[in-house]
Design a protein around this ligand. Structure first.
Ligand code: CBF
Length: 829
């Protein structure tokens, strides 16, 4: 039971939430916090002043939430994630706090245009793609449903790079999102923890014969907390996202200052602060850098220290940990937490191994987000021993005890021991972080049904055999607050008129739309909404690329990270074939094809794909014979705020990864929720989307996961797929012969060669089925009533893919946590 919760704290005086009150707060904030006379203020100043006014109201609720949690003995859920892809905060916070309309009006009365003001905010892009966006959705849902759930991560000074095409190839520019300060964050100078790296482990022998270890010397860096309040939608709960920034320790500074070496002191200071400087821009590709390992340990160590401090400050004992604390490891990135918690419990709190291990295992759970071997982190033992010597010792001991247990269950099975070991002995010795996460967790989950099955059958088959009860599936979801209410206000209004607003809190209630999906009047309104959204997107396209697109044709959208397995090349081959058919005089249904997504900077193949798409697009878009029958656009710098414009305008959602490779996908859910029909493989959550929306309302094509495995085993040369397929052969030849390039034949030739001779993700093998699926889509689009019925059916049946269901699944299957909604005060406010 919590003993130190301050239930006697004086009540906060509520701030007004009406237009007049907000107007006053914004004006005051302009003077008091921004330091400007409203007459001289710029639009960015208005953005800041408005943010401060909203923040005041959020923090009031944050304190109430905290007081209630402290008083009520709640179990807290901590989400440890290296990435949070949040996007812009002002509009999200206004919406969730319930004061968006009032603020819009307040700004109007102050002579400001709300839409122009919010557009000044930089996206908080502290993540790469799906994994980081999922983390942001989960935090929002935890608050919305009233769970005591908190995020921990890194306050990167530079987030995801800004992508430009110069002129066709991706060039990365730094994302200095904090350069003008950030009105949303609360720096907590008092929450600073020293984090050690390097040094040595000292053994202390006690009188009773026991041995105690301490980790000493090396280098210390401070982790300082920055808090970002996270508001629940339609609730008073406001949770917290705590991001850690690196600071040099004072001792560290003083050493060199005292030696008179000012320059060295300052240089070393920034060197140590570089830990939180930049997000690694990789997604499902390998990373292996000392700095990355240090980043991982840095945020994990600070978070665990903070969690244990809070736990004890609230009066709980270490034995209470499993009842009060659940820690979710978002992928392997925070897996070092298992060794760190062991270290803290033993070396700092004096627990013996067995008890510490028991507690650890009850507290941690691990989410796996990928099966791709190159994306599963491993760290060289030498590196780990140097950077985190005590942790390496602990990992050895965990491994030893674990392998002893396996030996007892499978005597003489040396191969199994090698497969299961936390240390990979092949090709240099490496610590397998996924194995550490599995062994240290009471539950392991995949993020879609197929993905979890594949985890059990392939990647973690040996672990599954040991502990089948630890493996559960939690299919991903998306927040309807951002991906519907904010992104698609017209559709939100349209739904409100027809079925009310309950779906905003319980997405399954969209089902109420089903009886009307074929209603002509409703369909007409839906089409009007889509058209408006297409116009909005056409403006964005014009502003970012200079290309003008029609809004009365099918919008075919593929937006996601650029990766071979996601198969942007499959779409590109289709685009080229359409181009050829138009030039051959065929009557091809018109369409606009839209790509968006970033390639990891070191991923040359992905960058080649971007370049070639841009070059193909340039030829098509300038061909007078094609005109506006086909346009191909690659929107630069795809980010959350751009996604909120692209997704509501889409008709066709491209989810065309090679089956067995996309863990889940969440773009597939966002697009279907907004009434786009999916053309997709039976991969990731596409399978569950098909089950939900029905075979007739989705265009499924291509090899299944087991067919892919069989196809690979046959070892056919990709080129063989071109035999008897003249249109496809012509397309590949055009690429390899440099038809679309003026000055870079080599890249095109190389890509053509890659398709013909390597094609590791079976683009050519799946192409005929893909083209046929696109034709089915065209045929349906030519019948607007049928298309609209299918689109509206998609919307009506997407309830399962709400992040709220996902979070409830985690709470029930993994965390054993219950919601604690903050009660409204009797007099409102
Ligand atoms: O689970 C969220 C997403 O994570 C990834 O983006 C990842 O980084 N591993 C996967 O690629 C997606 O399939 C998944 O939806």
């Amino acid at each position: 039971m919590s003993t130190s919760a301050d239930t006697t704290a004086p009540p906060l005086s509520p701030l007004p939430h009406d237009t007049e009150g907000l107007k006053q707060s914004i004006r005051d904030a302009m003077v008091r916090f921004v330091g400007k006379d409203p007459k001289q203020a710029t639009q960015r100043d208005w953005l800041d002043a408005t943010s401060f006014a909203v923040r005041e109201r959020m923090i009031e609720r944050r304190l109430l939430t905290r007081r209630q949690f402290d008083a009520e003995d709640v179990k807290r859920v901590y989400y440890l994630s290296m990435e949070y892809l949040i996007g812009r905060m002002l509009e999200a916070n206004l919406r969730n706090t319930g004061i968006l309309d009032e603020t819009r009006e307040a700004l109007a009365q102050l002579g400001q245009d709300y839409d122009e003001i919010v557009a000044w905010e930089d996206d908080a892009a502290l993540g790469n793609g799906g994994l980081g966006r999922l983390a942001a959705c989960i935090l929002e849902s935890l608050a919305t449903q009233g769970y005591p759930g908190f995020g921990y991560g890194i306050r990167y000074e530079y987030g995801m790079f800004r992508q430009q095409f110069e002129p066709y190839r991706q060039v990365e520019h730094p994302d200095n999102w904090l350069r003008y300060g950030n009105p949303w964050e609360f720096p907590r100078a008092e929450r600073k923890y020293p984090i050690r790296f390097y040094g040595e482990v000292v053994e202390h022998h006690r009188n009773d014969g026991s041995v105690h270890y301490s980790w000493e010397d090396g280098e210390q860096i401070l982790a300082m907390a920055y808090d970002y309040p996270t508001a629940g939608y339609g609730r008073r709960n406001v949770n917290n996202l705590r991001l850690w920034g690196a600071k040099a320790t004072r001792d560290f500074d003083l050493r060199y200052f005292n030696e008179g070496d000012y320059i060295r002191a300052v240089a070393d200071k920034s060197q140590s602060e570089s830990i939180s400087m930049v997000l690694y821009p990789n997604d499902a590709t390998a990373i292996g850098k000392e700095l990355r390992l240090k980043q991982e340990y840095f945020f994990v160590a600070a978070s665990l220290h903070d969690i244990l401090d809070r736990h004890t400050e609230l009066g709980y004992t270490l034995d209470d940990l499993p009842h009060q604390v659940a820690i979710q490891l978002n992928d392997t990135h925070p897996a070092i937490a298992v060794a760190e918690l062991m270290r803290l419990l033993m070396d700092r709190h004096g627990l013996h191994w067995a008890r510490a291990w028991e507690l650890c295992r009850q507290v941690f759970a691990y989410t796996n987000h990928t099966l791709m071997p190159e994306a599963l982190e491993t760290w060289p033992v030498d590196l780990m021993t140097r950077v985190l010597p005590r942790h390496m010792q602990i990992i050895y001991r965990i491994n030893h005890e674990f392998l002893e247990m396996v030996r007892r269950r499978f005597p003489g099975d040396e191969e199994r021991l090698k497969r299961l070991s936390l240390i990979d002995e092949e090709g240099g010795r490496n610590v397998r972080m996924a194995h550490l996460a599995v062994v240290g967790s009471h539950q392991i989950n995949g993020v879609a049904a197929l993905h979890t099955e594949l985890l059990k059958q392939t990647l973690f088959a040996d672990f599954y055999q040991l502990w089948p009860e630890r493996f559960v599936n939690v299919t991903n979801g998306v927040t309807p607050r951002l991906w519907m209410i904010q992104a698609n206000p017209e559709l939100t209004e349209f739904l409100g008129e027809k079925i009310g607003h309950d779906w905003q809190y319980d997405l399954e209630r969209l089902r109420a739309l089903e009886p009307w999906v074929a209603d002509p009047e409703l369909q007409q309104k839906f089409q009007q909404v889509k058209r408006k959204n297409k116009e909005r997107l056409a403006t964005l396209v014009r502003e970012r690329t200079g290309i003008r697109i029609r809004t009365d044709v099918l919008f075919d959208v593929q937006i996601k990270r650029i990766h071979e397995y996601k198969r942007q090349l499959l779409k590109l081959l289709h685009v080229i074939e359409l181009y050829n058919r138009i030039r051959d005089g065929e009557n091809v249904p018109p369409r606009v094809v839209i790509f968006g997504g970033k390639a990891a900077p070191g991923y040359q193949r992905a960058k080649d794909i971007i370049q070639v798409i841009n070059e193909v697009a340039d030829v098509i878009n300038h061909d007078p014979q094609v005109g506006d029958r086909l346009k191909c656009v690659f929107i630069p710098n795809y980010e959350v705020s751009a996604a909120t414009v692209i997704i509501p305008a889409a008709d066709l959602s491209e989810q065309i990864s090679t089956a067995g490779f996309e863990a889940s996908g969440t773009g597939n859910m966002k697009l279907a929720l907004n009434g786009a029909l999916t053309v997709g493989t039976l991969d990731g959550a596409n399978i569950e989307i098909r089950d939900a929306v029905g075979e007739d309302n989705i265009f499924i094509f291509g090899m299944t996961e087991s067919e892919v495995v069989a196809h690979r085993a046959r070892g056919e040369v990709p080129e063989a797929m071109l035999a008897g397929r003249p249109a496809l052969s012509r397309t590949v030849e055009m690429i390899e012969q440099g038809y679309f390039t003026c000055d870079d034949n080599a890249t095109h030739a190389e890509l053509g060669h890659y398709l013909r001779h390597q094609d590791p993700f079976f683009v050519l093998a799946d192409y005929p089925a893909y083209r046929e699926a696109c034709e089915r889509a065209d045929a349906l689009y030519a019948q607007p009533e049928c298309w609209n019925t299918a689109a509206l059916t998609n919307i009506a049946r997407m309830g399962y893919f709400s992040i709220d269901r996902t979070v409830r699944d985690y709470a029930e299957k993994i965390w054993d946590a219950t919601p604690e909604p903050v009660a409204p005060k009797r007099n409102g406010g």
